[in-house]
Ligand binder design. Structure first.
Ligand code: GLN
Length: 305
């Protein structure tokens, strides 16, 4: 990746001059306030190089990108017991879909759709006395951001408008796959989604998944190599919901998106790449983020395929 910065710069300029498409998420009113013009990229190599372009140091709402981190925490605590509560198959449906739960008895298809992430939050409520505090401490540890906080403004905005998420938690509870109080579980879920980071911080945070489960720089073991492999497999097959096939086809890396317009993808043993551009396509994934990753990996040919 010696020419990484120049490929990054060229790809960034190409995308920045193309017309942007899609719309900023508006179903969470707090996200609708964000300017559509932001565009940032950061690539972090596991041997310690950091390459950036554009708004790579501006914080934004990472939303569902955080679902990979709540999965890491629960997997590191529960191991394979987790798979009694959810599956690890792609859903092929939208991130907030309810349809499969009806026929699959409240067992979410995977931990990266809303249904699965809500069950993960239920498990956190079982594991910890103060799950909100423990989750925040974990996110601080994994990201290395000691003063990381939940965004109460974003969590409140979701609480006031998150009708589908309330439907999901109640529907799953009706099948017995939510053990705790629905209000406590959904409050934790909204806080998980409210975390804010920069592209640079996300690229560093996800370094452990490119490093066999060990945190970059410190070598602290966040998950085992086998768990890291499995989390990457789930990102590859489920990280972009009903666009996961297209992301594999066009980009060829495990990754995850969020409705704040952020995306993370990584090549094990090589690098992580975080992008942010708030306008989303019809699947809820960043339009320019997808384009950037496609052109970048076409140029470098550094992918898992
Ligand atoms: N907080 C958002 C929601 O629950 C997360 C969705 C996403 O980022 N895809 O709807």
């Amino acid at each position: 990746m010696s020419s990484c910065q120049s490929i990054l710069n060229n790809t960034f300029s190409r995308i920045a001059t193309l017309p942007d498409s899609g719309a900023v998420a508006s179903y969470i009113p707090e996200l609708a306030k964000v300017s559509p013009d932001y565009f940032g990229v950061c690539i972090t190599t596991i041997d310690g190089h950091v390459h950036t372009a554009g708004d790579a140091k501006t914080k934004f709402s990472i939303q569902s990108i955080a679902k990979v981190l709540s999965l890491s925490l629960v997997l590191s605590k529960l191991g394979d017991e987790l798979w009694k509560r959810m599956d690890f198959e792609p859903s092929g449906t939208a991130f907030n879909s309810l349809v499969q739960l009806e026929t699959e008895n409240g067992i979410p298809r995977n931990p990266l759709i809303n249904a699965g992430a809500i069950v993960i939050c239920d498990i956190l409520c079982d594991l910890f006395k103060d799950p909100k505090r423990e989750l925040l401490d974990y996110l601080r540890m994994v990201s290395g951001i000691k003063n990381l906080e939940y965004s109460e403004a974003i969590a409140t905005s979701e609480r006031l408008t998150g009708y589908r998420n309330y439907a999901l938690v109640n529907f799953i509870k009706s099948f017995g796959n939510i053990k705790n109080d629905c209000d406590q579980v959904i409050d934790l879920y909204f806080h998980l989604c409210s975390i804010e980071m920069t592209c640079e911080e996300i690229a560093y945070t996800f370094g452990f998944l490119a490093n066999d489960g060990k945190q970059l720089n410190t070598d602290y073991i966040i998950v085992t190599p086998s768990q890291s492999k499995r989390i990457n497999a789930i990102m590859q097959t489920c990280g972009f919901y009903d666009e996961a096939g297209e992301f594999a086809f066009k980009v060829g890396l495990p990754g995850k998106s969020g409705v704040g317009g952020g995306m993370i993808a990584l090549l094990p043993h090589q690098y992580t790449i975080a992008t942010w551009s708030p306008k989303l396509n019809a699947h809820g994934n960043s339009y320019r983020g997808m384009k950037f990753m496609e052109l970048f990996t076409d140029e470098t040919q550094d992918t898992v395929f």
